[in-house]
Design a protein around this ligand. Structure first.
Ligand code: UDP
Length: 240
């Protein structure tokens, strides 16, 4: 019998910024450990979890471009940053007793497996966490778009988008506008029409075209990963 067939499978997108903790740059091991503990709990509960982590705590290509760097080269720097985040999370997941594989879109055999979707699915079916590093391996894309593409290719039922310091999607930026109103649910078309800052347009469009629901939630609030995985109505649900 295929033990994997009846289990839930989710794609968790983690904010790179959150990995830095208060520091802004690099990785705060305490934060990564806390996230690993929560992921371990949901994996033990029988959910298959794949992960994509951003790289904003190291480099964003667009920001380096503004400071004079070639966009493609700085995007590769950004992608390499996501691999560091992936290795940090892998380590703490291992410490929590959860087998974990990192697969990267840019091959680097000493540190990770290459991205092999069928093998990723086998890992998930065996209860392993799979972390997809190095984005899509292509400049001009984002880790949000990567998260959507990976979720679609491994047939995850939902994209759970853990954000740093914001608990859902608002009609304006809640950090600068105290009257900002939070949405409990939204349609893809509204996100696009109102230009709401959830993910880049490429990512949202890919979700819309393929009907992949996204739940946006606050990553670092204790217990939130389990709540999001458990389909609790936290944050904002985006669907058709
Ligand atoms: N990146 C890229 N192609 C990809 C994924 C990421 O070029 O497929 C680069 C891009 O420069 C991006 C950086 O990696 O700015 C970090 O990813 P992202 O900005 O999505 O991280 P987040 O903001 O989610 O932490």
């Amino acid at each position: 019998a295929d033990e994997g067939s009846s289990r839930r499978r989710v794609l968790l997108k983690l904010s790179g910024e959150a990995f830095a903790g208060g520091g802004g740059l690099g990785v705060d091991p305490d934060v990564v450990h806390a996230i690993a503990r929560e992921i371990a709990t949901v994996v033990r509960g029988g959910t298959e979890v794949a992960v994509v982590i951003g790289g904003g705590n190291f480099f964003r290509g667009a920001e380096l471009q503004l400071r004079g760097m070639d966009r493609a080269r700085s995007d590769y720097m950004g992608m390499l940053g996501t691999v560091m985040n992936s290795l940090a999370l892998q380590d703490f997941l291992n410490k929590e007793g959860v087998e974990t594989r990192v697969q990267t879109a840019i091959t680097m055999g000493q540190v990770a497996e290459p991205y092999l979707p069928l093998r990723a699915v086998r890992h998930l079916e065996k209860g392993r966490v799979v972390i997809f590093g190095a984005g899509m391996g292509m400049p001009y894309f984002s880790t949000d778009t990567t998260a959507v593409q990976r979720a679609l290719e491994i047939h995850a039922e939902v994209l759970l988008m853990g954000k740093n310091g914001v608990d859902g999607v608002y009609d304006s930026d809640p950090r600068t506008n105290p009257d900002a109103v939070k949405f409990d649910s939204l349609e893809y078309s509204e996100v696009i029409a109102r230009d709401l800052k959830v993910a880049d347009l490429t990512a949202i469009t890919l979700c819309k075209d393929n009907n992949l629901p996204i739940r946006v939630f606050e990553l670092l609030k204790e217990g939130n990963i389990a709540r999001a995985v458990g389909s609790e109505k936290i944050g904002t649900l985006i669907s058709s």
